[in-house]
Design a binder for this molecule. Structure first.
Ligand SMILES: *[C@@H]1O[C@H](CO)[C@@H](O)[C@H](O)[C@H]1NC(C)=O
Length: 387
């Protein structure tokens, strides 16, 4: 718009310089503050120049209204939204829901026009009151897909009305959505959501984990040929992102999910340690993230100092093993290769789960701070105009 009005080369250049066309959407988790020592993560640890959008996870719901979930959320909201003082282009969203939140409160709230309006009013005053620029809905997963569409449409209509009356930019609406092709049409009216949401955060990870009886990659770009080692055709980034697009979501609204963690397994035999090796349950919890079956990237770096890492060229991701522990994960090479693939396929950007599991301090992996997310920042050409 400015280009057309002013028509000067200077403005055009300024726009080009400001603008990577791509989004880099990074989730902040309000429970990473409870990790010990070097794992403790607060808004102060966020690099305000790294991502284009930051999403705070998670808000909850009470009496059909949006609420906090941690005792100190209001303090953290303040520091989180103050990051915008250092990056004028940064947008912040608040995510409601999450895997542990379940569906019951969402379903009850969405089931009538009256409760939806109570929710939407609470969202607007909550987000504006604490300085967020939008809402992210992490409803895993809507049982009635039409009600999800109706809710999204009513939220955007209310955001538009609020923008007109306040004179502020309209607040954004995004959703975290399942990558599993069997879920897409079952849970979402994709074309209608495609017209309504500002963007989709497709959770293209957790394809394989300790619930499987064989090792597999968390977020492979491609399957192995001929369904080798149970890597079926569908459980990979390439297939699922194209599936979302084919169902009617505009490619430029689709953010590809990138995990900064790996899924771990306990091997049946330490001598059988490839993809598809037999397993019995989850690997042990990491010293910082303390959840069996999961390791943060920085914990994986420590693990690999005395372990072995292999590059899976067909799936375009690495895996690692040590004794009877096995991890399928992502590193800077897989992030870089997937970013190239994202650009070639004209998707709108990347979504990262999450900030606190990258080597944010740079002290574990010897690759500088945020090695994984910085790979996306560079690969997608995100603006460094920040102060
Ligand atoms: C990527 O996905 C497309 C569309 O589903 C498919 O045609 C192509 O073969 C896939 N590439 C690989 C290497 O699996």
């Amino acid at each position: 718009m400015a280009k057309l009005l002013l028509g000067t080369a200077v403005v055009v250049l300024a726009c080009l310089e400001l603008g990577s066309a791509y989004r880099l959407v990074c989730y902040f988790t309000n429970w990473a503050q409870y990790r010990p020592g070097a794992g403790k993560y607060l808004p102060e640890n966020v690099d305000p120049c790294l991502c284009t959008h930051l999403i705070y996870a998670f808000a909850g719901m009470k009496d059909n209204q949006i609420t906090t979930t941690a005792v100190n959320d209001l303090t953290l909201y303040h520091s989180f939204n103050s990051l915008k003082n250092k990056n004028a282009n940064l947008k912040t969203l608040l995510s409601i829901g999450g895997w542990n939140f379940g569906t019951q409160k969402f379903s009850a709230m969405a089931s009538s026009a009256g409760t939806r309006q109570i929710f939407i009013k609470s969202v607007i005053s909550f987000l504006r009151g604490y300085g967020f620029d939008g809402l992210d809905i992490d409803w895993e997963y809507p049982a009635d897909k039409h009600l999800f569409t109706v809710l999204a449409q009513e939220i955007v209509a209310a955001f538009e009305a609020e923008a007109k009356s306040s004179g502020k930019p309209r607040m954004l609406l995004s959703a975290a959505v399942s990558a599993a092709p069997g879920y897409v049409n079952l849970r979402y009216e994709v074309p209608q959501l495609g017209q309504t949401l500002d963007f989709f955060n497709v959770m293209t990870y957790d394809f394989f984990g300790s619930w499987n009886s064989v090792t597999g990659e968390n977020s492979p770009l491609y399957p192995l040929p001929n369904n080798r080692h149970y890597t079926n055709l569908y459980f990979n980034v390439n297939y699922t992102m194209k599936y979302w697009k084919d169902q009617g979501a505009p490619a430029e609204k689709l953010n590809v999910g990138f995990p900064t963690y790996g899924h771990t397994f306990h091997l049946i035999s330490s001598s059988s340690h490839g993809v598809g090796a037999f397993t019995s349950g989850a690997g042990p919890a990491g010293p910082y993230t303390k959840q069996a079956g999961i390791l943060a990237y920085y914990e994986i770096c420590t693990f690999l100092k005395t372990g072995t890492s292999e590059w899976d060229a067909l799936q375009v991701v690495p895996y690692g093993y040590k004794g009877r522990e096995w991890v399928g994960y992502d590193n800077t090479k897989s992030f870089g290769d997937k970013a190239e693939w994202l650009k070639k396929n004209n998707f709108g950007g990347a979504m990262v789960w999450d900030l606190a599991m990258d080597d944010f301090s740079g002290t574990f992996c010897n690759q500088g701070p945020y090695p994984l997310i910085n790979t996306l920042h560079t690969g997608l050409g995100i603006s460094t105009a920040c102060y």
